[in-house]
Ligand binder design. Structure first.
Ligand code: SF4
Length: 255
């Protein structure tokens, strides 16, 4: 026997009432995520994932914990995207292991593998290392890095390769290989719209890694000295500046 849940209850399912409920719940979720984010200690080091950022000044702002412009902090939507990325990464790990790759994402203590140099001022935490697996033309162990991308971004990586399409990720791979002493990386990109996977072998480029390491030291020294490196552009309309969370601070500075 079916029970008519609407009948006589006074509730009408669907429409503006449900939208109000949905907005209310989403507001609570996002407030909880933002609150949790605020309680986390800000990084007091330059992360390997950020060294490829093209604007040196932006990296100094980040490292110095300069406040972002009003309304430019992480909101609930961005935090949900970050967290969903971790879940997709766990799926990719499971699929690669099922395919025979011995992928290690945590050490004996349960923490991520990583490195810390320059007195802890430069650090990185890798997604994993593959220590054995099917023959894909590289020697094991190899670095493994994973990114979850939307369909447009994923298609561009497939078409142009990670070095051209995503230079910040490429720099991350090079820095991680350098400091983890690994000769190659397997970069995996997951299309979060379709769950299609792209895998790309990236060889270690010692010259590129050295240049990135030198850049990281420059950033640390500039931040320690309270100096602001030159802007990446001569005009605030430059595409990187239009997206930058420090744009108002940056372009109102006298130097
Ligand atoms: S606004 Fe432009 S120049 Fe200034 S920190 Fe941001 S990216 Fe760099």
């Amino acid at each position: 026997m079916w029970v008519d849940l609407n009948h006589g209850s006074g509730f009408v399912y669907g429409g503006s009432r449900d939208r109000a409920v949905s907005d209310r719940i989403n507001g609570l979720i996002d407030a909880a995520l933002v609150d949790r984010q605020r309680q986390q200690q800000p990084r007091d080091y330059l992360g390997g994932s950020r060294i490829g950022e093209p604007c040196h000044r932006k990296l100094v702002y980040e490292l110095s914990h300069a406040p972002v412009d009003e309304g430019k902090g992480f909101d609930g939507r961005i935090l949900r995207i970050f967290e969903a990325g971790h879940t997709f990464e766990a799926l990719s790990i499971r699929w690669l292991r099922a395919a025979g790759f011995d992928l290690r994402d945590t050490g004996p203590d349960g923490g991520q593998f990583g490195f810390s140099i320059a007195g802890g001022r430069i650090r990185g935490h890798i997604d994993g290392a593959i220590v054995a697996g099917p023959d894909i033309g590289i020697a094991w162990p190899a670095l493994w890095e994973h990114k979850t991308l939307n369909a447009k971004s994923w298609s561009d990586v497939v078409k142009r390769g990670v070095a051209v399409s995503k230079p910040i990720y490429y720099a991350q791979l090079q820095i991680y290989m350098a400091y983890m002493e690994l000769g190659a990386a397997l970069f995996t990109a997951l299309n979060k719209d379709t769950q299609a996977l792209h895998h790309e072998v990236v060889p270690f480029d010692a010259a590129e890694a050295q240049a990135l390491s030198d850049k990281a030291v420059d950033i640390i020294l500039a931040a320690a000295a309270g100096e602001l490196p030159p802007r990446v552009a001569s005009n605030p309309d430059f595409y990187l500046c239009r997206w930058c969370a420090y744009a108002a601070r940056c372009w109102s500075a006298t130097q």
